[in-house]
Design a binder for this molecule. Structure first.
Ligand SMILES: O=C(NCCCCCn1ccc2cnccc21)c1cc(-c2ccc(F)cc2)cc(O)c1O
Ligand SMILES: [Mg+2]
Length: 214
């Protein structure tokens, strides 16, 4: 039967990138998405903003919601200090399989744990299952209508500390209006919008960075 887009993306990485070289894996995926098939990776423009925030935070504990094929996982993992605890959550088991292969191709398999499941189920298990007390950095890139319930879940589960940074993709396109309204009006967060474009297009999109204050 016909291959899937993630499978074709993995093939492009194996054909074009150099094993063990994260930069070449990132470039190979961006090339594939620009010249062959659009895919919902955070992309190079928003990816550079992601890079700068990760570098600024220099986190010891990281959670990514929405692994997809592992593009942003590789972008984040390549910047982390040794000993950082990095968990990425993916709902779709077929994507978990592709992401693990792309992450391994980049040589970053020891830096990140790819977990299959949904945020509503896994967030309450973070402390007991993964020995996490709080997350220093969280990248939200999963179902856009889960951003708001999940940030509330982070608060309820005591997974945020003063200074925890949440970075949300797609706050304009596809959009997360309720999440934006919450983080921009809550006294518990300091929020800032980074304008950009939907990956590989001219459509307006951007990232929202929110720092937990108390
Ligand atoms: O939908 C998007 N991503 C989410 C995919 C599904 C996540 C499932 N999932 C993973 C972990 C997880 C944990 N718990 C519950 C569910 C979970 C997305 C879409 C677009 C997009 C698409 C078409 C278009 F025309 C314009 C824009 C662009 C993006 O950058 C995106 O990120
Ligand atoms: Mg996204």
């Amino acid at each position: 039967t016909r291959s899937t887009r993630p499978q074709r993306m993995l093939k492009a990485v194996q054909k074009k990138a150099t094993k063990g070289d994260p930069e070449s894996v990132i470039s190979a995926i961006d090339y594939f998405c620009k010249h062959s098939e659009w895919a919902m990776n955070v992309g190079d423009e928003k990816g550079s903003i992601l890079d700068s925030v990760v570098t600024e935070v220099n986190p010891s504990t990281v959670l990514e919601l929405g692994t997809y094929c592992g593009y942003s996982t590789v972008r984040i993992a390549r910047l982390l200090s040794p000993g950082t605890k990095f968990i990425t959550l993916e709902f779709n088991p077929a994507n978990v399989t592709i992401a693990r292969q792309i992450i391994a191709y980049a040589g970053l398999q020891d830096k990140v744990t790819v977990v299959e499941g949904s945020s509503g189920d896994l967030i309450p298990q973070m402390k007991e299952r993964f020995g996490i007390t709080t997350f220093d950095f969280i990248f939200l890139d999963h179902w856009k209508d889960r951003y708001l319930p999940d940030i509330k879940l982070f608060e309820e589960c005591g997974l945020l500390r003063k200074g925890s940074v949440l970075l949300a993709d797609n706050v304009i396109c596809p959009g997360a209006p309720e999440y934006l309204e919450y983080v921009r009006n809550s006294p518990r967060y300091e929020s800032r919008y980074y304008p950009a474009h939907l990956e590989y297009t001219k459509v307006e999109d951007g990232l929202e960075k929110s720092v937990f204050l108390e």
